[in-house]
Design a protein around this ligand. Structure first.
Ligand SMILES: [Zn+2]
Length: 104
């Protein structure tokens, strides 16, 4: 989004580009001198999605291709984290029953 300013709906002045706090994260948006804040819609949506998945656990059945086990990443998880086919992730054992997977 390239808009430098946007018209404030509550006072009619121009809200200026700013970094805003939204649900514990910092995102782009516009802030008016009257105190009104407007959040960047896509960034706000992404934070909402992220906050939703952070409270969730997924039970996934392991698949197998030849001798390798495969893990399917649920779509909402991949979307929220911005993971795509062909990208690399780091995987590390953290114990006998614990795996850590990190977007590389
Ligand atoms: Zn205003």
């Amino acid at each position: 989004m390239k808009k430098e300013g946007m018209k404030c709906v509550s006072c009619g002045k121009t809200a200026k580009k700013a970094k805003l706090r939204f649900q514990g994260a910092e995102i782009d948006g516009w802030k008016c001198s009257c105190g009104e804040e407007y959040f960047h819609p896509e960034q706000a949506e992404r934070i909402l999605l992220l906050n939703k998945i952070l409270t969730k656990e997924y039970k996934i059945k392991l698949g197998q291709i030849r001798s390798n086990l495969i893990i399917r990443i649920p779509t909402e998880l991949a979307d929220a984290l911005g993971l795509h086919k062909g990208e690399n992730v780091l995987i590390k054992a953290e114990g006998l029953k614990k795996l850590h997977i990190e977007a590389a």
